[in-house]
Design a protein around this ligand. Structure first.
Ligand code: BES
Ligand code: MN
Ligand code: ZN
Length: 483
């Protein structure tokens, strides 16, 4: 999609046009006849939110009526969702270039609309022989939307695009080694991003018992990728460590996933894809924050020498873990990465993102992130506020010490899944928090939102990139608070 800021005259524009009708002041500028305006007003008084289409063959005028509202994230989210509805209409009308104008509309509302169109327009196309519909060009007429702001947003949307591509790619075409190479080649384009790719031998010498165990049933080698973004503006600051679950495919291992539970498990590396994308977006826009992304990558398979229940692993930090279920693999690779972050970077905060538990989906369905923290009340409070603003919402689960009982083992320091089926999301978070060793820690379980099996809000089927806008906005805010 290309975006051009250009001032246009709605009444003489020759082309397809979207008119955002945010308040009554719009009436004098509507490029419509008197009777049409009356009809529109009557409809609007019955139902504030609606989309009307006026044929102006060969073009169309789309009028989206809504209530403009200052500082209202809900209003912006409604616009993102309307964008998806509009896009269906544009597809039916074969519109590839659209001008956007309006009256009584705030710049953040125009941006939300464009964002919605951008997110909704994404589909995973590369295995289709037939060409699929896309909206190719937006001409944006907005008095107050600044070109620089639009550029920053565009860079973020580009990272969301790539995150979704990676997550949608099946493991046959994107395994741990391939993904590591891809990340290294992107990092090479930045002066301020350093990429270290550790191969199996290096992971062995680091004694990352979790990552190595999960990898044992696979013919593909694991990788441990560390991306560091250290701009001059934040060179002296302790970093924020971003850990992402990178299970390239989760069969469950020897505790193999039954029936259709395995489907969509190509998306089990969404955490890693999200964190890499957040770091690259920060670098694209030169955010003054010091970041380290730590991405353990492997698939989880029941191959020849696969790790088994009853195995006892020694993790990077020396903690021993009894394997109870090979399908609770995410926390094993994350534990090594979190401990590595804690020991080697003295971070001010560790955040991980992971498609970690089916229990998170059962608890809150596909409408947000299940979040937990230890020693990070303030960052968590900030994350919640930001989450409401960008509408990638999270809900905090408790980390009461009683849950610790559920992950005690008879044979080792910890067990890799709870001794009861209750509170599965929390026992996973509790397990991970152990490896942060006192560093303020936030855990984000994105199992419900990383990948949609049905279209939802402004997303088509497949990977969503959910969490990137949240963390990016959080990092932006971080800077404001410190200065
Ligand atoms: N990757 C899955 C979690 C998952 C499930 C993500 C559904 C997205 C949608 C994870 O590795 C897993 O298998 N978790 C198990 C843990 C259990 C064995 C303790 C689960 O949630 O069933
Ligand atoms: Mn699993
Ligand atoms: Zn998994």
């Amino acid at each position: 999609m290309t975006y051009t800021l250009e001032s246009i005259n709605a009444k003489t524009w020759e082309g397809d046009l979207l008119f955002l009708y945010g308040d009554e002041a719009a009436e004098r500028n509507l490029p419509l006849g008197k009777k049409e305006i009356e009809l529109l007003k009557a409809r609007r008084s019955e139902e504030r939110e609606q989309l009307l289409v006026f044929d102006r063959l060969p073009y169309h005028i789309y009028v989206l009526s809504f209530d403009s509202e200052k500082n209202a994230p809900e209003c912006q989210e409604k616009l993102r969702r309307s964008a998806a509805r509009l896009l269906k209409q544009l597809k039916a009308d074969k519109v590839s270039r659209l001008a956007i104008t309006g009256e009584g509309v705030l710049p953040e509302e125009v941006e939300a609309m464009i964002e919605g169109l951008t997110l909704a327009d994404y589909s995973f196309d590369r295995y289709y022989n037939k060409e699929r519909y896309h909206l190719n060009e937006l001409v944006i007429d907005s008095l107050y939307l600044k070109a620089e702001e639009l550029e920053v947003a565009q860079k973020l949307w580009n990272r969301i695009y790539w995150c979704r591509e990676w997550v949608n790619l099946p493991v046959q075409d994107l395994n741990a080694t391939g993904f590591a190479e891809e990340l290294a080649s992107i990092a090479a384009d930045f002066d301020e991003v350093e990429c270290t790719v550790m191969d199996k031998r290096q992971i062995e010498s680091l004694r990352m018992g979790g990552l190595l165990a999960v990898n044992r049933g696979s013919v593909d080698e694991p990788r441990f990728v560390v991306l560091e973004y250290k701009p001059r503006s934040a060179a002296k600051e302790a970093p924020i460590c971003l850990v992402g679950k990178g299970i390239m495919y989760d069969t469950g291992g020897l505790n193999i996933k039954p029936d259709d539970y395995m489907q969509e498990m190509k998306s089990d590396m969404a955490g890693a894809a999200t964190m890499a994308s957040v770091l690259f977006a920060a670098a694209d826009n030169q955010l003054p924050v010091h970041l380290v992304a730590l991405l353990p990558l492997t698939d989880n398979r029941p191959g020849f020498n696969a790790y088994a229940a009853d195995d006892i692993l020694t993790m990077y930090d020396g903690t021993t873990v009894e394997v109870v279920n090979t399908d609770a693999e995410g926390r094993l690779i994350l534990a090594d990465a979190i401990a590595y972050a804690s020991r080697n970077y003295s971070p001010k905060l560790i955040i991980d993102v992971a498609t970690l538990t089916g229990a998170a989906v059962r608890a809150i369905s596909t409408f947000g992130i299940a979040a937990m923290q230890e020693g990070a009340d303030n960052p968590m409070a900030m994350l919640k506020v930001v989450g409401e603003q960008v509408y990638e919402r999270l809900v905090e689960f408790p980390m009461w010490e009683e849950y610790g009982e559920y992950i005690k083992s008879d044979y080792a320091d910890l067990r890799n899944c709870g001794s009861t089926p209750q509170a599965g999301t929390i026992t996973a978070g509790k397990f991970l928090a152990h490896f942060a060793h006192g560093v303020p820690y936030i855990h984000l379980d994105i199992a419900g939102v990383a990948y949609f099996t049905k279209p939802q809000h402004c997303y088509q089927v497949g990977a969503s990139g959910y969490g990137i806008r949240l963390l990016y906005a959080f990092l932006q805010m971080q800077d404001m608070i410190e200065k």
